[in-house]
Ligand binder design. Structure first.
Ligand SMILES: [Zn+2]
Ligand SMILES: [Zn+2]
Length: 376
């Protein structure tokens, strides 16, 4: 864990190490100028960045990254978005933060001028990617539409920053944004869910933190299903009242057994399995709500009859909207769950490709892999 070192502004180097995306799947480590903060921005020394499944998508296929209105290949673009660090320089008139503050960083800074931004839905900004000459509405999304965090420094808008709770390690602090995404999913399902039942399907990082946040908000019971025993075991440690190994048992039969045959209030789908949507709509009771936090690669047929005839509500979430990251950080500051359980591996910046391989192939029980970017 880093302390809170006073940063000497003159010690900020002119250049930094950063990974850039060439052709699909091709990354190279280069020197880039350290960016400088503008109005309402700060310069952050990136201390740790976690690898997300979406990073793998961006590196291999480009989308959902969008640079200068097009795919992000061969544009000197740096991916990476789940990061934390230390503020080393303030832009003009910034007084919300101080040099030396440790912060976790939300991915999206919306344009602030479109209909969705004005409603607080800045992760659904209607000006996504409009941040280049001739099309500059001020939207930014780290590692998607602007340079991300597989690098040593980044500039960010003050709206995207959250103080890292006292005593939390750099590695765990990268999970604040992941917990914020889980929190946002629970927001759209109903927000305060004390005493209401929920199943989370899929025990990846967002699913596991959805279990933890749901439990911290008082949901009861909290159920987790997955195919991997070690992930279910983690789910138990993070607050699941029941875990179901979907490779061995019928999730539907167990849920109906636990609910006198009526089903649950909520389902939060985090597996992305092709038939998951058709499975989860049958786990909630009539009038139940389903949040989709993951998706299959290809379009899937859906049992619309079941959805309509049972008045099921379906929601999709995009990112970590409505300041959910701040609220998730508050739960973590209160030690309501131990997110550090999800962090499994650490690599230095130069070994990013190896970290990505661990994430892609889920090697050695990998769940969350963290890159320490100041270690080359
Ligand atoms: Zn992510
Ligand atoms: Zn906007």
């Amino acid at each position: 864990m880093s302390a809170n070192p006073k940063i000497d502004p003159v010690a900020i180097p002119a250049t930094m190490k950063a990974w850039v995306l060439g052709d699909p799947g091709e990354l190279s480590l280069v020197d880039k100028p350290v960016p400088r903060p503008g109005a309402a921005e700060v310069l952050i020394r990136i201390d740790a960045v976690a690898i997300c499944a979406t990073d793998l998508e961006v590196i291999a296929g480009g989308t959902p990254a969008l640079i200068e209105g097009d795919l992000p290949f061969n544009k000197n673009f740096t991916p990476g978005h789940e990061f934390m660090g230390t503020i080393v320089e303030l832009g003009p008139n910034v007084d919300e933060y101080a040099v030396g503050d440790r912060v976790a960083v939300e991915i999206h800074a919306g344009c602030g001028r479109c209909e969705r931004c004005r409603e607080g839905m800045y992760t659904s900004c209607l000006n996504y990617g409009n941040n280049y000459p001739g099309h500059d509405k001020g939207h930014r999304a780290n590692g998607y539409t602007t340079d991300g965090a597989f690098a040593q420094y980044a500039v960010n808008h003050v709206n995207t920053l959250v103080h890292v709770p006292e005593g939390m390690s750099d590695e765990t602090a990268t999970l604040i944004v992941t917990a914020g995404t889980a929190m946002y999913g629970l927001d759209v399902l109903g927000g305060l869910i004390a005493g209401q039942s929920i199943i989370v399907t899929g025990g990846g990082p967002i699913g596991l933190l959805a279990v933890a946040v749901a439990k911290a908000l008082g949901a009861s019971p909290v159920i987790l299903s997955d195919l991997v025993e070690t992930r279910l075991e983690l789910g138990r440690k993070l607050g699941a009242d029941h875990v179901i190994n979907a490779a061995e048992e019928s999730v539907h039969d167990i849920v109906m057994g636990l609910t006198d045959g009526v089903g649950l209030n909520y389902a939060f789908e985090c597996s992305g399995a092709p038939n998951a949507i058709n499975d989860v709509i049958k786990l909630v009771k009539r009038g139940g709500r389903v949040c989709l936090g993951a998706f299959a690669h290809d379009p899937v047929p859906i049992d619309v009859r079941h959805i309509v005839s049972n008045n099921i509500y379906l929601y999709g979430i995009r990112g970590e909207g409505k300041s959910a990251v701040r609220r998730a950080a508050a739960l973590m500051a209160q030690s309501r769950f131990d997110a550090s359980l999800i962090h499994t591996h650490t690599f230095p910046l130069s070994e990013l490709p190896e970290g990505l391989r661990y994430a892609r192939e889920k090697l050695d029980g990998a769940i969350k892999i963290v890159i320490k970017t100041q270690e080359i």
